[in-house]
Design a protein around this ligand. Structure first.
Ligand SMILES: [Zn+2]
Ligand SMILES: [Zn+2]
Length: 236
């Protein structure tokens, strides 16, 4: 598989996961035009788009993609804001092209925000996508690829205005919390950690990738716009 970063951070989040001829989109927080350009206009190959929540930086292009025939999936709570969504029953697995998908609740300031678990039914690979959350409520075994928010570092947030700082702490993931979460999970099957949704003001690419790689002992990269990240579960 391969993961393409079309947008990440508060200016807009969208990732394309490629498996053979299929594409699954993770969020659609940039204009549809840019998403289409990014995937070479292969809109017919898109099995669906998994939406985490209704903040603009995650759904800006969703409606236009839906109009082009891309199935949009999300929670019942997110559907209240984005009525064109095909809502999942929370924590229930369903099929989407080559993938089995399941949403799970996260901690954020919208009605029913979620993360997504994806299982490739062809290869058995498992990927987790979680963003815009201050933590994870469950442990996730046998994950090969973690695509997960690393928004800020405690040492870079101290001069943020107190009310804003509290909102960030309540609803976004710090580098320190992420390290704790990852090391509490069984990372035996983990091949790659991809950090995402880094804050421009309160994040630092080098500091964060080194910190998480050091704490987990796993290959770690930061998602940056335009990157294409090969995902390979072969032992190395
Ligand atoms: Zn966001
Ligand atoms: Zn958000």
């Amino acid at each position: 598989m391969e993961l393409q970063v079309l947008g990440t951070g508060s200016s807009g989040n969208c990732y394309a996961l490629y498996d053979e001829q299929q594409i699954v989109l993770l969020d659609a927080g940039i204009p549809a035009k840019r998403i289409l350009r990014g995937i070479d206009h292969r809109v017919g190959d898109v099995a669906g788009c998994l939406i985490t929540h209704e903040h603009q930086d995650h759904c800006r292009g969703a409606r236009d993609l839906y109009k082009l025939g891309v199935p949009m999936l999300g929670t019942t709570g997110t559907k209240e804001a984005l009525p064109y969504i095909d809502n999942n029953r929370s924590m229930h697995q369903r099929r989407l092209g080559n993938f089995s998908i399941m949403d799970f609740p996260v901690i954020h300031d919208t009605k029913e925000p979620c993360g997504w678990l994806l299982g490739n039914t062809r290869t058995g690979e498992r990927m987790l996508y979680a963003t815009d959350t201050s933590g994870l409520l469950f442990a996730f075994p046998h994950i090969n690829y973690w695509l997960i928010e690393c928004n800020y570092a405690e040492e870079l947030i101290w001069d943020t205005a107190p009310s804003h700082r509290e909102r960030i702490r309540q609803y976004h993931m710090s580098m320190e919390t992420l390290a704790t979460i990852l090391t509490r999970n069984d990372l035996t099957d983990c091949k790659q950690i991809i950090l995402c949704h880094m804050s421009r003001e309160r994040g630092d690419l080098k500091l964060m990738t080194r910190f998480i790689a050091g704490r987990t002992g796993k290959p770690t990269v930061m998602a940056v716009e335009g990157a294409r990240i090969p995902l390979n579960a072969e032992p190395f």
